[in-house]
Design a protein around this ligand. Sequence first.
Ligand code: DGT
Ligand code: CA
Ligand code: CA
Ligand code: ZN
Length: 597
Amino acid sequence: MSFQKHASDLFSTMSQMLELTGGDRFRVNAHAKASRIIKDAGADLEALAKDGDVKALTAIEGIGKGTAGKLIELAQTGTISEYEELCAKVPAGVMEVLGIQGLGPKTVKLMWEQKGVESVDDLKGIIADGSILELPRMGAKTVENILSSIAFLESSGSRLPIGIAQQVADRFVAMLGQVPGTSRVAFAGSLRRGQESIGDVDILIATDDPDAAREAFISSDGVMQVLAKGDTKCSIRTAIGDSASRWGSEEGSAVQVDLRIVDESCWGAALLYFTGSKEHGVRLRQRAISMGMTLNEYGLFEDDGSDPSPPQTRGVEPIACASEEAIYLALGMPFIPPTMREDRGEMKLSEPIHVIELGDIKAELHSHTVASDGKMTIEESAAIAKARGFHTLAITDHSQSSAVAGGLKPDRLRKHIKAVREANGRIEGITLLPGSEVDILVDGTLDYEDDLLHALDVVVASPHAGLRAKPKQATKRLLKAIAHPCVHIIGHPTGRLIERREGLSPDMNEIIAAAIEHDVALEINSHWMRLDLRDTHVRAAVEAGALISINCDDHQPGDYDNLIFGVLTGQRGWLKPEQCINTWDAAKLHGWLKSKR
Ligand code: DGT
Ligand code: CA
Ligand code: CA
Ligand code: ZN
């Protein structure tokens, strides 16, 4: 685990432990905030902390003297004394109980103090003997929810990559759309926000026949367990269908799907609420209150004073509710795309922002054929790219060091270049460019001699091996590749695989600055297992003014469909089309590529 991830986790854990031990609100929040900032920080915090550089650490927005001190302590001693002290106070089992969905620190604290719950088994015990009901605000329904959460925790594990969750959501949306009475159905939650991994799938439905929708939902193919079946919310656990790929099958795993039955008249308010994020929702409600209104999942209402009951239950007409657009408008804000609803500064926007969309992409600059480890011929890949309306496709098979991926020796690459040029002459309506995905070797040198690199129209340089290197070494390695005059794009810069491999943690600010200096584009690899650059890196690159390239890294026909995930990641980084080279027209793109030859 990288230092930054580790530190971020420690601060988040400390925040929870402080809350459990009755620490003051300010410290609880400060630790939670530090955790987020450390996770997203672009600088090499480990190096700064090792050097004891308080000044450089506190120069990072959101990091104060206290946090800096703890980071230094962690880097120099391997732990934080405050964390050790808290661990001595809070049993590990209590933290496990806190990990159960739906249980917050307040409740867990009560269970611990009043019922001696120090493990998930203890919790099961007080549920079994009914004594859990003696706790304040604890009813049969809540207990039932806790039980299903425990069952879920025990049977399943971590978050699902977006590509898998999307398949599940599409299946349910299509199925529910066919149920008589359905007027609208859509997925919401983190999936709609294009987050790289998804905790559960959220689906919204408006229907004249809620019973039919509920029945169809809980009895559909693959449902393993019904977790809740209420008037407005149903939850199930479903098997994940056939998603075998070169990343291995997800077969055998399961995911929770929540269905919410909402009124069509307030569809927009419901969609807005259940799309989240929670943090964005909080900001919107604060804004509403500051304008003398209240916002909930039924609509935006005028604040009518002291009556604490929800306005819609008293027949109060909403100011806006039918569409998200109407609600943002009434809040005096531009429409915020779902991918930007993360409380990362979007509340300060005063003008609409036109972030990149799927249709803006006109070129694929990273693709593999049967010449290395792909499954398509040049012709097959070209046909798909053309059908998508692309004007350019770069064929970039692996380089010689990637032996397992069938990397091309120099003589084979020379022949392959000829084959691509020949195919380009033969195939109408799209430009095929010979290129290579050249390994960035561990020392930062590239995997072919310069004269051969020069003969390629497109060079994507990517790290494949040595992905456990220390941040400093990783930074050096990437900087060297960026500075090479033949390189156009750095492919999947960190090499991480979501939920599977952490990859490199270079100093992103340095990488971005070098990319700008050398006019090199940084890739967003669209494969849902990669999404590399990730959203926060994209945001930093976009703000600094670096060029971005969104590619599918195609190995088989279906990989072209991953483009949307790269685009969503771009949106999450506030990427506008003009900053992405794949949106440029042919003349501009080809001119830019040639400028490096
Ligand atoms: P996930 O499932 O962990 O990937 O993340 P989300 O964002 O899909 O979260 P989820 O499924 O718990 O809830 C979906 C949305 O519903 C969430 O983004 C905002 C809204 N929501 C759910 N629970 C709450 C809540 O307690 N407070 C607020 N303000 N919003 C909530
Ligand atoms: Ca969710
Ligand atoms: Ca949910
Ligand atoms: Zn590749």
